[in-house]
Design a protein around this ligand. Sequence first.
Ligand code: ADP
Ligand code: MG
Length: 407
Amino acid sequence: MRRFERKQRIFRNKDALGESYQPDRIEERDDEINQYMDALQPIVDGWEPNNIFLYGNTGVGKTAVTDYLLEQLQTDVAQYDDVDLSVISINCKTLNSSYQVAVKLVNELRPSGGEISSTGYPQQTVFNKLYEELEAIGGTVLVVLDEIDSIGDRDELLYELPRAQANGNLEETKVGLIGISNDFTFRKQLDPRVQDTLCERELQFPPYEAPELENILASRATIAIADDAIDQGVLSFCAALAARDSGSARQALDLLRLAGEIAENRDEDAITQDHVEEARSRFEQERVEEGMRELTAHGELALLAVVSKTAKEETPCRTRALYTEYKKLCELTETDSLTQRSVHSHLTDLRMLGILTAYENRNGSRGNYYSYELDVPFDSAMEAMSDVSQLDNLCERIREIAVANNV
Ligand code: ADP
Ligand code: MG
């Protein structure tokens, strides 16, 4: 029988490619860091802090840069006796209202044992408890709410907290809010009064381009990967793939890590471009399957309509034609069809999941229309559809059409 055996030929420190690793160096973000530092400067000068709203797609360094700068800020203000700075930082991913965020903040600030329960209080009571805790700290408190978009439209806290001193809820403590969001549309959906305060200083992190990603990867690979365990061109290949897709450093690092694992599992001496290619296709498959698990029956049929059009080489395809295809599929599966409008909203969801790409076409005076195509390889979509859904038979038929068309 096979036994466990240590394998460290490829990785020197695999954790350095992982989610929780905090890099010592931030590459390629000098302009953004300068703007961020300017926005934080009033704290150093002893004035009231700005509220800051930071947004950018996932993986563009928002959390890494924030952690890095706030650590530096704390070190650098230690020399000024009249600045008393505390930072409290939470991730809101699993918190979907102001209430839950406030409870989490209270519990972070209270000593263990004194936590409050996450249900059962009126919202204002929780806010008041939060003010009590903040007031007890004194000085300047920076509250960092990462992935704040989860809070949705229950955003009262974002209105209240920046005004706490003006409204007499806080006397001693000055609060600055740093909101970080992966989703720019979140800003637009905020109450205008919240926008005014929270977005006092607005910072945007753009997606990385390939050369930037390559530098980030190179600095991480030195720590993570053993000498000579990586073929020439592998880093630029990972960087190019991630740049073309999302511009996300996380995606680039994930590709490198999985490629390394594949090489390691096969007892090979070095990571090659083939390993990266394989890693990419596994991630893609995972992403489609994950997205598909979220789909309702009609979401699946809408996707299948696009898949079917792809098999016929008829994509990108307009909503109207996809709707006709969708209705055919509904008939075949004896499902009542939804309206074109609802199907369009399913197509939009599929685009958000990264399964479809949409193109906006201008149509003169008659307004714009959208057309869609798969944003993942046909085979991955097919594979995932026949794995997850109840649509095996249809998939078989579509596969035959695809083969006939050489898709
Ligand atoms: P975001 O918060 O925008 O989703 P992160 O800050 O978590 O992205 O970055 C994703 C990963 O990429 C993390 O492992 C982070 O350390 C790394 N990273 C991102 N930008 C940089 C950079 N400029 N220099 C070094 N590492 C970076
Ligand atoms: Mg983040």
